[in-house]
Design a protein around this ligand. Structure first.
Ligand SMILES: [Zn+2]
Length: 379
């Protein structure tokens, strides 16, 4: 049963249609794939024999014989996914349909460098697999999100902020020395955007802002992640208007990140004598009505909103979803909305939703599952 194949090619396409819930019968597979019924039957039998699909007797009937219902076999395999933050990692195991089997959060300092960090993640994967996955159920793929730009051609991290030692590190190659499997490496905001898009049915064009220690944005166009050359959606180093001048970690003055990221707000609070260690601490201060924190978060939201104004006019998304640990501070979204409503074209904002992200804290892991299923089932 512990087979790597056949999950690619035509079988992979059929498996993915069932795993993503788009098809649950042979007839639906035939309609969606365009393959002949005889060909579908042959391949479905192969997938059942390989322990990847199971077929049950019931299904939605439109009169006549009840169709048999296809579903993913529990033995079809699991995906191991992680989302690296500055000071922690969320990681877990998903089934091939993207449903979490187990998810954990562990402390993890990304500043320890790529080897130590990735080996810690892989050790955690191995421990979860040993504890939660029965023998004979194969691991099918491994994926991680990183809080920096990723070159989609080489799967290396390129000139990240606050990730010392990671520049040009071959993240995928390093993981592949441990797992001889498809490996996914993706910017964390991109993963979040993919996971979030699943929660906005009917919306094809989304911008998903991640406001945490840094600021990121993932872009979904016509239902698919838009990577561009790898840095699409990266709004962190857009220059903002300011009377003062702050040098950003990238060496340029007055980047959005230097004013509106969790790291920047923590720095400003420290100057006011208020020590915080994580963006969540800033949210707590806002909820406790500490005026310095509320004022800084409102200001950050306005600056993010001003940058988004340009992008909303240009891209005309259906949804701007705001996630990340700082998004739990209510004034952030209120100020983003105010800036966008004030300056954007009415046609761009008439049906635009600017809302808190819906997918919750595991959005990036769910997005990793979606992209990894594609990597596992496509040649
Ligand atoms: Zn910068």
């Amino acid at each position: 049963m512990n087979q790597r194949l056949p999950v690619r090619g035509p079988q992979g396409d059929l498996l993915r249609l069932v795993a993503t819930g788009k098809a649950e019968s042979r007839a639906e597979l035939a309609r969606l794939s365009g393959l002949a019924a005889s060909s579908i039957s042959l391949r479905v039998e192969e997938l059942i024999d390989a322990g990847l699909l199971a077929e049950e007797g019931s299904g939605t009937s439109r009169g006549g014989r009840r169709p048999r219902r296809l579903r993913l076999s529990p033995a079809a395999g699991v995906l191991a996914v992680a989302d690296l933050g500055a000071h922690h990692v969320r990681l877990g195991l998903l089934d091939l349909s993207g449903s979490p089997l187990v998810i954990q959060e562990r402390p993890c300092e990304i500043a320890d460098g790529p080897r130590a960090t990735l080996d810690r993640v892989a050790d955690a994967f191995d421990a979860l697999l040993a504890e939660h996955v029965p023998a004979g159920v194969p691991l099918r793929g491994v994926g991680t999100g990183v809080p920096g730009p990723v070159d989609p051609a080489t799967l290396r991290v390129v000139t990240p902020s606050r990730m010392p030692g990671w520049n040009d590190f071959p993240v995928a190659d390093h993981l592949a020395t441990r797992y001889d499997l498809p490996v996914l490496v993706e910017n964390d905001a991109n993963l979040m955007a993919v996971g979030e898009a699943r929660h906005w049915p009917g919306s094809e064009n989304l911008m998903v802002v991640k406001a945490g220690t840094g600021i990121g944005c993932g872009v979904v166009v016509n239902g698919r992640l838009h990577r561009g050359r790898g840095a699409a959606g990266d709004i962190s180093h857009v220059r903002v208007r300011s009377d003062s001048s702050i040098l950003c970690a990238c060496g340029h003055p007055d980047c959005l990140e230097a004013y509106a990221s969790g790291a920047a707000l923590a720095g400003a609070l420290a100057e006011a004598g208020i020590e915080v260690t994580r963006p969540a601490d800033i949210v707590t201060l806002v909820n406790d009505a500490v005026p310095e924190a509320t004022s800084l978060v409102r200001n950050a939201g306005r600056r993010i909103g001003e940058v988004l104004t340009v992008l909303v006019n240009f891209f005309n998304p259906d949804v701007v979803a705001v996630g990340g640990s700082l998004s739990a501070a209510e004034p952030l979204i209120t100020s983003i909305r105010a800036a966008v409503w004030e300056r954007c074209l009415p046609l761009a904002t008439r049906d635009l939703e600017i809302a808190p992200a819906r997918a919750g804290r595991d959005a990036a892991l769910l997005g990793a599952g979606t992209l990894l299923l594609e990597a596992v089932t496509r040649p």
